[in-house]
Design a protein around this ligand. Structure first.
Ligand code: ADE
Length: 270
């Protein structure tokens, strides 16, 4: 997979792509991620990328010409893009499913918006998908582009050494992940569940699956409608067999730091 990120803050993107799993995947040549400075595609002395909005109003709008030039230059160099993505809060919300779809594409081009917005003709005539990372507004598309690239790159075969660890993640099969523990077995009076110390792998797998179900019920019941469940699990769910345990989990008190405010009381949707 290749990805080219068009931005006015190339160092910000570079820094985000250097470290960890993604950095190693780049070094090993599994993915080819490049950063393009939008100002390199301007044609005036001041390397201007924005202008005042038609119709008036606050802020500046990103000009179409440098963005078109950048995307066309990338296509000439790399071949036509499989997707031209604009990061914007107006886009389709990024999900694990969308990340998986994108991870199967060969050539991504990602445009980071800034200022009040991007000239609409970019969305109309250049962009194939507008993507948001959630219902909140950031100062620009750079952090969203890094989020997108991180989520997508780790799904490219060979990037994460242990493929099983990618498959067991939260959202795989539409469920949240189970709790994880490491040594010591008792820490400040908090014990690791016995089953994990039992060495009984069948039991451990059953416990983990049940925890994923319970967590999803307690925290994100909206996910259950589309989750991949066995007939037995679906039946147990419909008959309310896990309901009480999930409610107990949802009501379980969390750590309260001195003076901390409880931000979100109600976790379960009505
Ligand atoms: N640019 C600003 N906010 C954004 C968001 N939530 N998602 C994608 N791009 C953005």
């Amino acid at each position: 997979m290749t990805a080219d990120v068009i931005t006015i803050f190339p160092r910000l993107i570079e820094a985000g792509l250097e470290a960890g799993v993604i950095g190693r995947a780049r070094e090993r040549g599994i993915v080819d991620l490049r950063v393009r400075d939008l100002r390199d595609y301007t044609d005036d002395r001041h390397r201007t990328v924005d202008d005042v909005p038609y119709g008036g109003g606050p802020g500046m709008v990103m000009k179409p010409e440098p963005i078109f030039r950048a995307v066309e230059a990338i296509a000439a160099e790399r071949g036509p893009a499989s997707a031209v993505i604009l990061m914007t809060p107006q886009g389709r919300t990024l999900t694990q499913g969308l990340a998986r779809e994108l991870s199967r594409l060969e050539r991504l081009v990602i445009i980071c918006g800034r200022y009040e917005g991007v000239d609409e003709r970019v969305a109309e005539a250049l962009v194939t998908s507008e993507i948001s990372i959630g219902d909140y507004v950031l100062t620009g598309g750079e952090l969203p582009a890094l989020v997108l690239l991180d989520a997508v790159t780790r799904l490219v075969p060979g990037v994460v050494g242990d493929a099983a660890s990618v498959d067991a993640d939260s959202f795989d099969g539409g469920l949240l992940d189970c709790p994880h523990y490491t040594r010591p077995a008792v820490f400040r009076g908090l014990a690791v569940p016995d089953v994990l110390l039992s060495g009984n792998h069948g039991e451990i797998e059953r416990w983990r699956r049940r925890q994923r179900l319970l967590r999803t019920m307690a925290r994100r019941p909206d996910l259950l409608a589309r989750a991949e469940l066995s007939a037995d699990e679906r039946r147990a769910l419909e008959q309310g067999e896990l309901e009480r345990e999930a409610e107990a989990l949802a009501a379980k008190p969390r750590a309260a730091a001195a003076g901390a405010v409880e931000i979100e009381k109600k976790r379960r949707e009505p």
